[in-house]
Design a protein around this ligand. Structure first.
Ligand code: FES
Length: 178
């Protein structure tokens, strides 16, 4: 692990009145990721780096944060935008603090995921892709298969999988979110 004196210096990015500087913790985490790859392959740490900075920024990425990551990893800005806009785990706009993703791919669909989606949309009074007004729950856009097909219908809440869902189970899970 690197300490603050050995890690790359902070980079300050100012864009449209947004001043961004990667935190010491973020730089430490990114440096740890970089240590797993050859020095000329910094792009290999990009997915992990975006995870780190998104987590620190309440679950979403801003343009300034992406530019700061690009500069820290010596990448072109477009390389970071391409990755951040391609993968569904990155959010490019503010979202509520709990990330709820209901799998609607084929296996889960055959096992009743639409019933779960309809129930959740009605319960929260939002549509897929929206956040509740109280900032509590973000109903993430339709996901690709989350690799728990035998447990369908299923959903991911933050980093936890819930399987073989019923509307009653969903109520209990969502009601328990802070
Ligand atoms: S289709 Fe839902 S987890 Fe695979």
């Amino acid at each position: 692990m690197m300490n603050e004196s050995t890690m790359k210096a902070p980079i300050k990015v100012t864009i449209a009145n947004e001043v961004v500087e990667l935190s010491a913790h973020a730089r430490e985490e990114i440096d740890e990721l970089l240590s797993h790859f050859p020095a000329d392959q910094k792009k290999s740490a990009l997915l992990g780096a975006l995870n780190v900075v998104q987590h620190e920024n309440n679950g979403f990425l801003t343009e300034g944060i992406m530019i700061a990551v690009a500069e820290y990893l010596d990448l072109a800005k477009i390389e970071v935008y391409e990755v951040a806009s391609f993968y569904s785990m990155y959010e490019l706009k503010p979202v509520a603090r709990n990330n709820v993703a209901i799998c609607t791919n084929i296996c889960c669909m055959l096992m009743g995921s639409q019933t779960i989606v309809d129930h959740v949309e009605k319960k929260l009074n939002i549509k897929i892709g929206e956040s509740t007004e109280d900032g509590r729950i973000y109903l993430k856009k339709e996901e690709e298969c989350l690799a728990a097909c035998a447990g369908g219908p299923m959903m991911q809440v933050n980093h936890v999988y819930y399987e073989k869902l019923t509307p009653e189970m969903v109520d209990e899970i969502l009601d328990g979110l802070e």
